[in-house]
Design a binder for this molecule. Structure first.
Ligand code: C5P
Length: 397
């Protein structure tokens, strides 16, 4: 199915992830019309460097026209590459996170309900001669920019999937972070998902959202959900996604801790706690799905649960104080988000969320407090830079 817009990517109306691409944006090398201009066909390709660049132009090396000067028509030999593509991508919270036993592949079977929140990163992908990743904003200093960066893995994995050279993708990725790093909100996974969606547009790929989510699963367990957003049931490693219809908006307060937590360490800690005793387990996901359909945050608040919370609190005991402080401030319920250490508080409405956030910020139990709403949509193109104007060719008399 197609959105009917300018993109050629199979998608649904309003769900077009190549949406920001301006109609008529040249995405290909323009035909060589030098013969009609009387300019020599022999030429030299040049390229403007850097993110904002990407305009290729052909400079006539010989230059000769048999026409009188004022009749010289400048039929340029022009070529452009697509402009950079910017994608906005949400953080997630797990309304329900049931963790099964550890598997031979190092993962755990999960049954989880994700909700995408209005706390978002922005990722720009661009054709560039200086490939790589740069990171700005919240926690940027602690994000690796080398091969282990999930966004860079996304570039390589998608390049491989579509038959491009993963070792020379000629792509630059710029990440502007608002999602806390190692915060249990899948920020790195979100950046990888945004990179996939951005590249699908930049490279004009005919690829469906489902196929892209399949590629996303090769990068990390939380990456497919960030492609879809909304509210969704995740099974297997959390990467088999079934969307859940949820028409109601929920209001959240998020408390960022001073330092991040490593996801594998939190899963290991849960295995250790389970080997030593029997930490509480969450109930059935069905109850949460029913709670969601009611649209009543008070009902949903009673059903929130996260098996990883005991492990995160065991590694970071100060989270107990944060959770207590949020509920004392008026939240309906508080829980650790995913593997933590971010704590997420469900509130009655937007006004209540603002009040809870203010009080929590004053309590001195965490580094930063944010308000957010959910569900919001998944990774989506929010714009392309102005389509590059063709540069008139240089004509030598
Ligand atoms: O796939 P992703 O990189 O997001 O997962 C990070 C780590 O979290 C895994 O290497 C694994 O240790 C742990 N994990 C897990 N079971 C899952 C998802 C993640 O044990 N279902």
């Amino acid at each position: 199915m197609s959105c009917g817009g300018s993109c050629r990517v199979p998608c649904l109306p309003g769900e077009c992830f190549a949406g920001g691409v301006a109609k008529g944006t040249p995405a290909f090398i323009l035909p060589d019309r030098s013969d009609r201009a009387g300019v020599s066909g022999a030429g030299l390709w040049t390229t403007a460097k850097g993110l904002g660049g990407g305009v290729f132009r052909r400079r006539s090396a010989v230059g000769r026209s048999g026409l009188p000067g004022n009749a010289r028509t400048l039929h340029g030999v022009l070529a452009v590459v697509p402009p950079p593509v910017t994608v906005r991508v949400p953080a997630k919270v797990n309304l329900h996170l049931a963790v099964g036993d550890s598997r031979a592949d190092g993962y755990h079977d999960l049954v989880t309900i994700f909700q995408a929140l209005s706390l978002t990163d922005e990722v720009t992908v661009a054709i560039a001669e200086d490939p790589g990743v740069e990171v700005h904003g919240e926690g940027a200093d602690s994000v690796p920019t080398g091969p282990s960066n999930l966004a860079w893995r996304a570039v390589r994995v998608l390049a491989q999937h579509v038959g491009r050279d993963p070792d020379d993708p000629k792509v630059r990725v710029v990440i502007r972070k608002a999602i806390p790093v190692a915060g249990g909100m899948a920020g790195g996974s979100a950046d990888a998902a945004a990179t996939l969606v951005g590249l699908a547009s930049l490279w004009r790929l005919e690829i469906s959202r489902d196929e892209l989510a399949g590629v996303a699963g090769k990068i990390g367990a939380d990456v497919p959900f960030a492609i879809y957003g909304g509210t969704a049931l995740g099974t297997d490693r959390g990467d088999r996604i079934v969307p859940v219809l949820s028409r109601h908006t929920y209001h959240w307060v998020l408390a960022f801790d001073r330092r991040g937590l490593s996801t594998p360490e939190v899963f290991d800690e849960l295995d250790r706690l389970r080997a030593d005793g029997d930490p509480p387990r969450v109930g059935e996901a069905e109850a949460v799905l029913e709670g969601l359909s009611s649209g009543d945050p008070r009902q949903l608040a009673l059903l929130l649960g996260n098996d990883l919370q005991a492990a995160a609190v065991s590694l970071r005991p100060n989270l107990r104080r944060t959770l207590r402080a949020g509920v004392n401030a008026g939240a309906l319920a508080g829980m650790v988000s995913g593997s933590g250490p971010t704590c997420a508080f469900l509130c009655t409405d937007g006004d209540s969320a603002v009040r809870v956030a203010a009080e929590l910020a004053g309590a001195g139990v965490c580094r930063t407090v944010r308000v957010a709403q959910g569900p919001v949509h998944g990774a989506r193109v929010i714009g392309t830079e102005d389509a590059p104007r063709p540069i008139p060719p240089e004509v030598h008399a």
